[in-house]
Ligand binder design. Structure first.
Ligand code: CFM
Length: 537
């Protein structure tokens, strides 16, 4: 079924008028006749509405720091927060040195009532002592959860004392859950301290390999990063560091030696990408290794940047051999997928990144959105100067970096840079709106009520989202694919990832399960009701 303004209004009509006005600003129907369509994003979720967002701590510790395998990540807070420090995000890591891989551990200070009343600094210091004694890591992070900020523990001071005592970096992150409106705030906090204290904190001046690059915003969920690395190494790139999937402290310290920074998930790491350019003169290139064509375009853009005959030849040779291998397989799956429709609602970049891969399989994305993205992720980077900073964003300290006296070096001449910018997304990304079809729905911070209503209206063939809404939707008779965790599958990036994704999606469609479920709208009369300011009618 089609959606139009009237039908959208009917969904919103169920809200009290104030809420209705608010939510209307977070949703629009793509209309390419309009030069721009503004959306409200990165603002507070309305109390009482259940949405899928996380918190600043989730973004800092869970997303950006957690995947760094050779640092011990301490969660300073009650044990309930600690639970979410482990096993809930599939950032895989391989251990070169089994004694320096702590990815499977969950370390918490387990604050009790007495720590909340009398302060938790002593307990934190004791946990650091234990960590040093048991694990002897190269570096330690401390992530603060809500109560730490409320009682005023000075984690920075505890970290400093420990640093002097042990001679290893101990980094304190004031990423209390309530800072900002979502996990996005936590990304920013983590970016700032990694930039300030870790990146560049080594003696290495040049990378020990040709075409040195960093891969930013790649977290190795389900092994995505390994597939990307496989392709890049085959072409001949030297990967200095990955931030932060399967990441290592030493590699990140050397990140200043790269000649180019690739940015996969811009939402979580564009801060570091920009600061690296200011401090070291290293440009960043927006890539998308999700989807066959996305991967090919990214590889060709990288080759254009380095402008080296052998590298370009290798790029084309790898593309040709990979295509010859995967195309026949993709064709098989296209037969199952062609003509279907999808919802694609993920955190801050995948709601956009996966649309290419769906399209390659013949699946049209009829609704897409992000949990916590900012306006530029919907509308494009050019809107950044027009984004107003509100009180919630001001909560996050801004880090100002300047050109490094010794290490700043322009990697390309200003003329060459401008010439390239006209051809490839150097320092730029488009918003999801640009590529979506007219009439499709774009929605920010989608909630559970709206999800069900849009499902009833648009009846997509597949729902791509996360674990918080997956099972409700499956009970509505629609296959659901988790695009955060990949439902224990993956990788989905790169060439091998495209095949794996096509296989998993096809299995979802082909499963006979759906024949045993009758969605409620097929055999039950729909209940009609409205909530008004006066009460339920
Ligand atoms: Fe970036 Fe991510 Fe995402 Fe993200 Fe995330 Fe994730 Fe995500 Mo879940 S860093 S914004 S905070 S691509 S954990 S690996 S899947 S919401 S769309």
């Amino acid at each position: 079924m089609e959606i139009n303004e009237k039908k959208l209004q009917e969904i919103l009509d169920q809200y009290p008028s104030k809420v209705q006005k608010n939510r209307r600003k977070h949703i629009f129907l793509k209309d390419s006749a309009l030069a721009s369509q503004q959306i409200e994003a990165n603002t507070r979720t309305i109390p009482g509405i259940i949405s899928n967002r996380g918190c600043a701590y989730a973004g800092c510790k869970g997303v950006v720091l957690g995947p760094i395998k050779d640092m011990v990540h301490i969660v300073h807070g009650p044990i309930g927060c600690g639970y979410y420090a482990w096993g809930t995000r599939r950032n895989k890591a391989r251990s070169e040195d089994p004694k320096q891989n702590f990815i499977n551990y969950c370390i918490s200070t387990d604050m009790q009532e007495s720590d909340i009343v009398f302060g938790g600094e002593k307990k934190l210091a004791k946990v650091i002592d234990e960590v040093m004694e048991i694990f002897g890591p190269k570096a330690v992070t401390i992530s603060a959860t809500c109560p730490v900020g409320l009682i005023g523990d000075d984690i920075g001071a505890v970290a400093k004392v420990a640093e002097e005592k042990y001679g290893v970096q101990v980094l304190a992150f004031s990423c209390e859950g309530y800072k900002g409106v979502s996990q996005s705030a936590g990304h920013h906090i983590a970016n700032n301290i990694l930039m300030e204290k870790v990146i560049g904190n080594s003696d290495q001046e040049t990378a020990p390999g040709k075409f040195p690059i960093n891969i930013l915003g790649e977290y190795n969920i389900g092994g995505d990063g390994w597939e990307i690395e496989r392709i890049l190494k085959e072409i001949g790139y030297h990967i200095v560091s990955v931030m932060t999937g399967d990441g290592s402290y030493d590699a990140i310290r050397n990140a200043h030696t790269a000649e180019l920074n690739l940015v996969q998930c811009h939402r979580s790491i564009n801060y570091i990408a920009e600061m690296l350019e200011t401090k070291y003169g290293t440009p960043w290139l927006k890539v998308n290794f999700v989807g066959v064509q996305g991967t090919i375009d990214s590889l060709r853009n990288m080759a254009l940047y380095f402008d080296d005959a052998e590298l370009t030849r290798n790029t084309e040779a790898v593309i040709a051999s990979e295509l010859a291998r995967i195309e026949p397989v993709m064709e098989q799956y296209k037969k199952i997928c062609n003509g279907k429709t999808a919802f694609c609602f993920v955190g801050g970049s995948r709601g956009h990144h996966y649309q290419n891969l769906f399209a390659e399989l013949g699946i049209e994305t009829v609704l897409a959105g992000y949990e916590f993205a900012h306006r530029d992720d919907y509308e494009g980077r050019e809107v950044i100067p027009t984004i107003k900073t509100d009180a919630d964003s001001k909560n996050i300290p801004e880090l100002t970096v300047t050109a490094d006296e010794n290490r700043f070096r322009l990697k390309l001449s200003p003329e060459k840079l401008e010439e390239l910018k006209a051809k490839i997304p150097l320092g730029d990304y488009k918003g999801m709106r640009v590529e979506m079809k007219d009439g499709s729905v774009i929605v920010d911070d989608l909630n559970h009520y709206e999800t069900e209503e849009f499902i009833k209206l648009l009846k997509p063939d597949i729902f791509a989202s996360g674990i918080k809404d997956k099972y409700v939707i499956q009970k509505m008779g629609i296959p659901a694919k988790q695009l955060h965790s990949y439902d224990y599958s993956g990788p989905y990036a790169g060439f091998n990832g495209a095949i794996k994704f096509a296989e998993d999606i096809s299995m979802g469609f082909a499963s006979p399960t759906w024949n045993f479920i009758t969605p409620p709208w097929k055999d039950q009369p729909l209940l009609e009701g409205t909530v008004t300011e006066e009460g339920v009618a």
